[in-house]
Write a protein that binds this ligand. Structure first.
Ligand code: HEC
Length: 121
């Protein structure tokens, strides 16, 4: 490699690094909710419809769709956090939602995904 190619390679790598860094900063919310989407598909989809726009059939028993949860005006980051940190099943209501036992990281990502589904704020 001569000096010119070496320099252009260095400049190219520096620019590429800057682009990746600024892009990641600007998109960090989108990245978190994208990861939350993946996690929710793995962890929650046995009881919930997870994807945007999905609607439960009329005879459905079980968890609400994440779309309908997100669109409720009482649903906030705090209310989701409270819901997901607690166990809702007990002897009287055995079919309520179990505590999903999420790590803090999973919790943040999944909440950011559900909030991103809100069609109005
Ligand atoms: C074993 C089934 C089951 C799994 C797994 C499950 N849920 Fe649920 N979830 C339910 C049921 C049933 C309800 C409605 C009754 C209740 O609130 O307990 C519910 C309700 C909810 C609600 C609405 C709470 C409210 O304020 O009304 C949210 C939000 C929610 N689930 C999120 C999640 C997320 C996120 C996951 C995955 C990390 C998950 N659930 C996994 C069964 C489940």
């Amino acid at each position: 490699m001569n000096n010119l190619t070496r320099n252009s390679a260095a400049i190219f790598l520096t620019l590429a690094g800057v682009c990746v860094a600024t892009g990641a900063w600007a998109d960090s919310n989108q990245v978190a909710s994208g990861m939350g989407h993946e996690l929710a598909r793995h962890i929650c989809s046995s009881c919930h419809l997870v994807d945007p726009g999905q609607v439960n059939p009329p005879d459905h028993v079980g968890g609400p769709t994440f779309q309908s949860v997100a669109d409720r005006s009482d649903v906030t980051v705090q209310s989701l956090r409270r819901h997901l940190r607690n166990t809702h099943t007990n002897a009287m209501v055995p079919l309520a939602m179990p505590n999903p036992g999420l790590t803090e990281d999973e919790l943040v990502k999944i909440i950011s995904y559900i909030i991103s589904l809100k069609t109005h704020s």
